[in-house]
Write a protein that binds this ligand. Structure first.
Ligand code: PRP
Ligand code: URA
Length: 209
């Protein structure tokens, strides 16, 4: 799969192991999703453009490099992507946030859009779509389509667990979008859940059922 980067760093794999555990409660689950998102961000933003600026240390004036957070737009898919956005905002507090309200119908597994609020001038931004789970790929494919219709060009998709089926579906529709993930899992079961996965991300994050 050419469009996926699975990041096998030991710290990421350790936190993913805790996240998968069915005994992990929502508070710790949310903390782990935030931490994993920050760790994945290290790779996602590896080639981010930076600019030279001058600073004065206690000893001398020097030239340093900084990034412009306002050039980055995060797009959490509601609900579960919100917690990933919180993690990345701790690293890049000036990033813009566009909300994408999409859920998947429990019978058909098709994406159902219900809300958007997006920043302007998406063609000038580095766009990062966030959702812990890439299962059938329906929600991700729909989200990327909406962003492209609004002018976004440079789009990455970041998730914590991906199913091979979802990676393929996203690739068929949007071969230009690279997927960053902590794990490509084994398969989707007949209900569209990732195996071994972690269960329902939204429910585990927010304590719903
Ligand atoms: C989950 C998950 C993704 C989607 C992935 O959300 O957070 O958005 O399913 O499935 P897909 O790849 O098959 O589209 P869900 O639809 O359960 O929404 P919720 O978190 O708001 O309940
Ligand atoms: N959505 C989830 O939250 N978990 C899955 O395994 C599949 C879709």
């Amino acid at each position: 799969m050419k469009n996926v980067l699975e990041i096998n760093h030991p710290l990421i794999q350790h936190k993913l192991a805790l996240l998968r555990d069915k005994h992990t409660e929502p508070k710790e689950f949310r903390e782990l999703v935030e931490e994993l998102s920050m760790l994945l961000a290290y790779e996602v933003f590896r080639n981010l453009p930076s600019m030279e600026v001058e600073v004065e240390t206690p000893l001398a004036r020097t030239t340093v490099r900084m990034v412009n957070g306002k050039k980055i737009a995060l797009f959490p898919i509601l609900r579960a992507g919100l917690v990933m956005a919180n993690g990345i905002l701790r690293l890049i507090p000036n990033a813009l946030v566009g909300h994408l309200g999409i859920y998947r119908d429990s019978e058909t597994l098709s994406p159902v859009p219900y809300y958007y609020k997006l920043p302007e001038h998406l063609d000038e931004k580095e766009s990062i779509v966030l959702d812990p789970m890439l299962a059938t790929g329906g929600s991700a494919t729909y989200a990327v389509k909406v962003l492209k219709e609004q002018g976004a060009r440079n789009i990455k998709f970041v998730c914590i667990i991906a199913a091979p089926e979802g990676v393929n579906t996203l690739f068929q529709a949007h071969p230009d979008v690279l997927v960053y993930t902590a794990s490509v899992d084994q398969y989707l079961n007949s209900h569209g859940y990732i195996v071994p996965g972690l269960g329902d991300a939204g429910d585990r994050l927010f304590g719903t059922k």
